[in-house]
Design a protein around this ligand. Structure first.
Ligand SMILES: Cc1ncc(COP(=O)(O)O)c(C=O)c1O
Length: 411
């Protein structure tokens, strides 16, 4: 029997009275398929969550990236809880901060130092500040369709953004070396930093992996022109390679930003950099009320240990391959054309013969109503907690959902 969402809807009506938009930001029901998805969660465990109506889902969004080992992971939760007993936010820093920085610096080839914050945007914004301070230049090059957070220099909406916020931001197509070279030539000695995701993972669009030689050439251009090369690894970090996505794609950025998977859902982010930026990082005034919380640091250490112990990226790749190969096969059997792009650990599926995502919406709504949580126009995330059994069940649900798409659209 297809799921219903009565309690979710009741709660949403209550929320809308006291919370602008009811649920705001990327969790707003408006950007999935209104009426076909749950809005509020009751509990989560492993790769599954249960909504307030009691419906169970195999979850391929993983909290939009933070969940990598499985929800309510015992080792990570225990590390957090044990440390929390000794205080959460304190007046002075914990040695755990040093331990975590050492761990990340030892693991990550481009890292000579690390600083911690709470959210991804804390680190991408700090990266921009450091690039500008280091080079004494103003311009920052970003890719169109990239997401780096909600600060005025990068937020996708223009509400409350003034032209001055974007005055020194230059947008290029991700992966277009010729355009980047042209921009570097036009703004000679004015570009402080180039800030890109390691591969292109826009919402509402197929993901794009770097072409062979792309990152080596980017590295060369940035070196030749004194530009700080920044990698926003907030989303892909730890899912492709525990040494960072720079290592995965064979290059060394000057700064890398991490967040989501670093502590399996506890709120901590990290910015790492090379020796040449150490002094600038020391001079910049950077802090936040909760940036020194030690339980999150203990959780991050436990998460990194566990990711390393089980070789999380290998599991994600294997499960991702099983899922994406299965989906391609099923779509083909139904006479449907799908494109699955991005690394198998972070796949994006679209229907090849449409641009309006209507088939994606019907497919994902059908899956949601039958216990598989996919997003129609955002990439999905695989976790180490997804089992072979989960993938098998998912493909059974997907089979029926493809049938509905075929019946509705004919192909
Ligand atoms: C690539 C990327 N950068 C930055 C961010 C911003 O992170 P946060 O929402 O934690 O500020 C995100 C969030 O989804 C992201 O995917």
């Amino acid at each position: 029997m297809a799921y219903t969402f009565e309690k979710s809807k009741e709660l949403f009506a209550r929320a809308a009275k006291v919370i602008p938009q009811g649920v705001y930001g990327h969790l707003t029901p408006v950007i999935t398929v209104p009426g076909a998805y749950p809005y509020f969660i009751k509990k989560a465990k492993g790769a599954h969550f249960w909504d307030v109506d009691g419906n169970e889902y195999i979850d391929y969004i993983c909290a939009y990236g933070p969940m990598i080992l499985g929800y309510a992971h015992e080792k990570v939760d225990e590390a957090f809880a044990k440390q929390a007993k000794d205080g959460t936010s304190c007046t002075i820093a914990s040695p755990l901060m040093i331990e975590l920085a050492e761990r990340i610096v030892n693991l990550n080839e481009c890292a000579d130092w690390a600083l911690f914050a709470k959210n991804g945007a804390d680190t991408t914004s700090l990266a921009v500040v450091l690039a500008r301070a280091h080079t004494r230049r103003k311009k920052i090059v970003l890719a169109k369709g990239g997401y780096h957070g909600v600060q005025p220099w990068c937020v996708p909406s223009l509400v409350g953004v003034i032209p001055e916020d974007r005055q020194h931001i230059i947008m290029v197509e991700w992966g277009d070396l010729d355009e980047f070279k042209e921009v570097v030539k036009s703004y000679k000695d004015q570009i402080a930093g180039a800030l890109f995701t390691p591969y292109h993972h826009p919402a509402f669009g197929d993901s794009e992996l770097p072409k062979p030689g792309f990152w080596a050439e980017m590295r060369r251009i940035c070196d030749d022109n004194g530009i700080v090369l920044i990698i926003d690894d907030v989303r892909a970090g730890w899912r492709l390679d525990l040494k960072g996505s720079g290592h995965y794609f064979g290059f060394k950025p000057d700064i890398a930003c991490y967040c989501k998977a670093i502590a399996n859902g506890y709120s901590i982010s990290a910015i790492v950099g090379t020796e040449k930026l150490r002094l600038t990082a020391a001079k910049a005034y950077t802090t936040g009320s909760y940036w020194f919380n030690s339980p999150e640091m203990a959780a991050a250490l436990a998460c990194i240990d566990e990711m390393e112990r089980i070789d999380a990226p290998a599991i994600l790749r294997e499960r991702g391959m099983a899922l994406t190969n299965g989906l391609k096969e099923l779509a083909g059997a139904h006479g449907l054309q799908v494109t699955i792009s991005g690394p198998p650990a972070i796949p994006f599926m679209s229907f090849s013969n449409e641009e309006d995502f209507m088939r994606s919406q019907v497919f994902c709504a059908e899956c949601s109503k039958n216990g598989v949580y996919f997003h129609p126009h955002h990439n999905w995330f695989i976790s180490a907690a997804h089992t072979e059994e989960d993938i098998k069940k998912t493909l059974d649900v997907a089979d029926k959902a493809f049938k509905v798409v075929k019946n509705q659209f004919g192909g």
